[in-house]
Design a protein. Structure first.
Length: 347
């Protein structure tokens, strides 16, 4: 703000010096201005009169140039009127010129007085303005100094407050972090203790399982050995039983794997009727013979038998171990002839 006041004072001073120089120059050239003004008045204000007078003189000269014989009374009268008119015009010019010069002199005197008064007023205004600006600059400087001092004090106070806040925040954060870390460490220690106990329990369980598994493996090995021995014994017994068990089924009029089916019932061999005879029945017969597969043959494919027809309407599922366990008519009951004797093909 004080820079603006300083520039304003310089501007006023410069304007005053220029105005004063202009006023002095105007006073020195005053006479020249008056002469110029008079010339301009004569030139501008009376130009039309001068032109009118010039025209009248030229007209009068032309009239005078005429020969005396050519002139008459009317021409002389006209020349007389022209001369009178010229005298009136010249008199009017004199009067106007005198009035204009008087007015110009009065105005010049008034202008001189006005210029002097203007210089005095301007000087007074400049002095008052300079004093006011000086006072404003002093007040502004004092306020600036006070504001700077207040700002410095506020900055110092703010720095102290910031330091205090920083210290308090550091203490609070440190305390909070320490408390939180202490709680977390306690929880972590508790979890580690619990995990250690769990691991110890697992180790004991593993040792117990290993001990029990060793005993179980020993017992399992003994059991497997016993089962193997029993299996061998059963196989041996089965072979002996088969050797001692009389056959109750046979294939006739074919080969070792195919032929007409005959069964032993009540101490006598007889045939099987082919009513409802299919591959499921043939597989059961092949299984009884210790063979695989089973394809049913009908209509006495391997010749007609003789004697009894022991089985009729045999219906096996294919999983039975004996044909006698399948559904069938009671032994000896049938409605067939030997042209319907059943047969099989095994593999």
């Amino acid at each position: 703000m004080w820079r603006f006041h300083y520039l304003f004072v310089l501007f006023i001073a410069l304007f005053t010096s220029i105005g004063s120089a202009q006023i002095i120059s105007n006073n020195q050239d005053c006479s020249m201005v008056y002469e110029t003004t008079i010339y301009e008045i004569v030139k501008n204000v009376f130009a039309s009169k001068f032109i009118s007078i010039d025209d009248k003189l030229r007209k009068l000269s032309d009239q005078c140039a005429q020969k005396p014989s050519d002139t008459d009374s009317s021409t002389l009268f006209n020349q007389t009127e022209t001369l009178l008119s010229l005298e009136d015009d010249i008199q009017e010019i004199k009067e106007k010129l005198f009035n204009e010069l008087n007015q110009n002199l009065e105005m010049s005197k008034g202008n001189s007085r006005n210029i002097s008064q203007l210089v005095e007023n301007l000087t007074s205004v400049m002095n008052a303005t300079f004093q006011e600006i000086t006072s404003m600059l002093n007040v502004s400087n004092e306020l600036s100094i006070k504001n700077i001092a207040n700002m410095s004090a506020n900055i110092n106070n703010l720095e102290h407050v910031l330091e205090s806040v920083k210290s308090n925040i550091t203490d609070v954060v440190t305390s909070a972090v320490e408390n939180e870390l202490s709680v977390k460490i306690s929880n972590f220690t508790l979890k580690i203790t619990q995990l250690s106990e769990s691991i110890s329990n697992m180790e004991r369980n593993i040792n117990s399982l290993e001990s029990s598994s060793i005993g179980q493996n020993t017992r399992l090995g003994s059991t497997v050995a016993q089962l193997a021995s029993l299996t061998a014994k059963l196989t041996n017994l089965m072979s002996k039983f088969e050797d001692r068990t009389p056959s109750v089924i046979r294939l006739v009029n074919g080969g070792s794997t195919y032929g007409r089916v005959e069964v032993l019932y009540n101490g006598a061999w007889g045939t099987v009727c082919d009513d409802d005879w299919d591959n499921n029945d043939a597989r059961v017969v092949c299984r009884m013979l210790g063979l695989r597969g089973g394809i049913a043959k009908t209509r006495g494919a391997y010749g007609q038998g003789s004697g009894n027809i022991w089985l009729d309407d045999v219906n096996c599922s294919g999983s039975e171990s004996s044909i006698f366990t399948c559904t069938h008519q009671t032994g000896g009951n049938h409605d067939c002839g030997h042209e319907e004797d059943a047969g099989v093909v095994c593999s």
